[in-house]
Design a protein around this ligand. Structure first.
Ligand SMILES: Cc1cc2nc3c(=O)[nH]c(=O)nc-3n(C[C@H](O)[C@H](O)[C@H](O)COP(=O)(O)OP(=O)(O)OC[C@H]3O[C@@H](n4cnc5c(N)ncnc54)[C@H](O)[C@@H]3O)c2cc1C
Length: 327
């Protein structure tokens, strides 16, 4: 097996980043993280609006495992993460917005942005991956961390002959979408001092966040998160129509007369409502080809839901497994 051929991780969200960090920690330098978007982070997403910022994917970390607590504590010490709200059950936030934290985590990793992998095929040294630009990237081992439906599309080809049981496992994972309204405001909002509200909201509304109050935006910006069910029911509507509906249902909380601009973010794969109880899938090919991500929960996971912590655990576990397989 040639050391010149790199390990490729598909997907630069938290799972992919943590898998790469684990491999680096174990001495592997020849890793390429391939991400289709303009930035790493995936669902750790922050948008800039004028002088403002809006987290419009994950808002906070919750911690239920010692490993993740140790990781969060280290980043608190480095002043990248801090306690946001919750006295008994802490919610932690990234001080510069979620995406900046993802970028920090990926700082020492070789990343290929704006590169979508469209095909994985076997070759004599492992795999050959094709990008949307038609470029070929060789890999001696591959970790796929794209959300399960996208991962399945990559694995379903006659050349790979991935066991149907593996593909069926991926089919068991079911994601719900999330529609998020992003608003730049003229005036500060009346949301609580933390900037976060997720209780006693109208049906269909999951969460409201004022990012000036959260402390990441110089100007008032608001994100309105709709529930999975609401998002599913409204996903096919045009952006303007969805934004109008979001304004209607939340007008008692936000004064939209002072909104300077509005945008819609549509997450097709936001949260897995059906997930697996194993931190990764091994396709058992001649050369390692593993699948991981937030929907791969550890068997002992106490939360029963997909989240940043499950992405973190899946990422470091699959990274550790690859180290074993490469030995
Ligand atoms: C609206 C929303 C709110 C959330 N709120 C919270 C919260 O408050 N707290 C919490 O803990 N969790 C929250 N989550 C969940 C959390 O964001 C995810 O669990 C976590 O970020 C998933 O990380 P991941 O690496 O598994 O997947 P992702 O972040 O989705 O990363 C996968 C990456 O793969 C890339 N990719 C896909 N296909 C390809 C391809 N073919 N080639 C190259 N790249 C590809 C994608 O662009 C993406 O960047 C939220 C999620 C959403 C959407």
């Amino acid at each position: 097996m040639s050391d010149q051929v790199p390990i490729v991780i598909i997907g630069g969200g938290l799972s992919g980043i943590m898998a790469a960090r684990k491999l680096k920690e174990k001495g592997y330098q020849d890793i390429i993280l391939v991400e289709k978007s303009r930035s790493v982070g995936g669902r750790m997403a922050t948008r800039r609006i004028e002088k403002g910022k809006i987290d419009h994917g994950a808002q906070f970390f919750t911690v239920r495992t010692e490993k993740f607590q140790a990781f969060v504590d280290e980043w608190i010490e480095n002043a990248n993460v801090k306690h946001w709200f919750g006295d008994d059950y802490y919610r932690y936030m990234s001080v510069d917005g979620m995406n900046a934290f993802a970028k920090k985590l990926a700082e020492d990793i070789s990343v290929r942005l704006q590169t979508r992998i469209t095909e994985i095929k076997k070759n004599t040294t492992g795999y050959i991956l094709t990008t949307d630009e038609g470029e070929a990237i060789n890999a001696r081992a591959v970790i796929v961390t794209a959300p399960a439906p996208q991962a399945k599309t990559l694995l379903e080809n006659d050349n790979l002959k991935v066991d149907t049981k593996v593909l069926q496992k991926l089919d068991e994972i079911v994601f719900q979408p999330c529609l998020v309204g992003l608003f730049q405001m003229q005036q500060p909002t009346n949301l609580p001092n933390s900037g976060h509200l997720d209780s006693e909201l109208p049906e269909g509304v999951m969460r409201l966040v004022d990012h000036e109050k959260k402390g990441i935006s110089e100007i008032p910006t608001v994100s309105v998160y709709m529930t999975g069910e609401w998002s599913k029911a409204h996903y096919q509507l045009g952006d303007e129509a969805v934004l109008e509906k979001i304004k209607q249902v939340t007008s008692a909380y936000i004064d939209f007369d002072s909104a300077l601009s509005s945008q819609l973010k549509k997450w097709r794969y936001a949260e897995a409502v059906q997930f697996l109880r194993q931190p990764f899938l091994n396709t058992n090919q001649e050369y390692p080809l593993l699948v991981a991500g937030d929907a791969f929960l550890h068997s002992q996971d106490p939360a029963n839901r997909t989240r940043l912590e499950s992405a973190f655990v899946s990422g470091i576990t699959v990274g550790g497994e690859l180290v074993k397989l490469l030995k």
